[in-house]
Design a protein around this ligand. Structure first.
Ligand code: GTP
Ligand code: MG
Length: 194
């Protein structure tokens, strides 16, 4: 697949605000700061389509981007950010959960994990949740520009083993900084439309 156009559509807090045109959706989930919004920008070849930040908790709403006029990328708020007040966390948790449980057009979930870190309890819960609801996952080890050559194998093993990744799910490394994994990611996306 090639991404030719990408367009911000809406930041939604509640389901009434989600798009109503029934186009397929690909959602991006992961810890705060994992690199979700950056990945969206990188694969769309846009610098500021999705807002990014070095401070965790940048994306606070559910953002819909229309891709090639055909389907949506859905940028979800990150979870697991310690410095957010509990009330705020509950609000985000509810928002994400509501989207994921009721969303008919949702076809695939991309789960982003910082490749330098062991997946957390939250990551495991998210992965199990994805499987429980019968979705296939694309698991992305992000920020791989920070790994040494010799660390790739260990990182992949750690992510796959900690999540207990099932064989039907895909894994790839990605770097928004170096643009590593863009082609591979777009190929995996093709399969979501088969
Ligand atoms: P939330 O919106 O808080 O959930 O975070 P997010 O997952 O959308 O992360 P975001 O894309 O905003 O990136 C967080 C930070 O990581 C920013 O400072 C980015 O510049 C940095 N970052 C993202 N991708 C990469 C990457 O591939 N390599 C490196 N070195 N840094 C990255
Ligand atoms: Mg974000």
């Amino acid at each position: 697949m090639k991404i030719n156009t990408s367009e911000f559509i809406i930041s939604a807090v509640k389901p009434e605000q989600y798009p109503t045109d029934d186009r397929v959706e690909i959602a991006f989930a992961g810890r705060s700061n994992a690199g979700k919004s950056s990945l969206i920008n990188t694969v769309c070849n846009r610098r500021k389509l999705a807002k990014t930040s070095g401070t965790p908790g940048k994306t606070r709403l559910i953002n819909f981007f229309l891709i090639n006029g055909e389907f949506y990328f859905v940028d979800l708020p990150g979870y697991g950010f310690a410095k957010v007040a509990k009330t705020e966390k509950d609000k985000w948790g509810n928002m994400i959960e509501k989207y994921l449980t009721i969303r008919e057009p949702l076809r695939k979930i991309v789960l982003l994990i910082d490749s330098r870190r062991k997946p957390t309890e939250d990551d495991i819960a998210m992965y199990n949740w994805i499987k429980y609801y019968g979705y296939e996952a694309i698991v992305v080890g992000t920020k791989c520009d920070k790994l040494k050559r010799s660390e790739y194998k260990k990182s992949e093993k750690q992510i796959k083993e900690t999540l207990m990744l099932s064989s039907e799910d895909k894994f790839l490394f990605f770097s928004s900084l170096k643009k590593t994994g863009v082609e591979e990611f777009l190929e995996m996306l093709d399969e979501a439309f088969e």
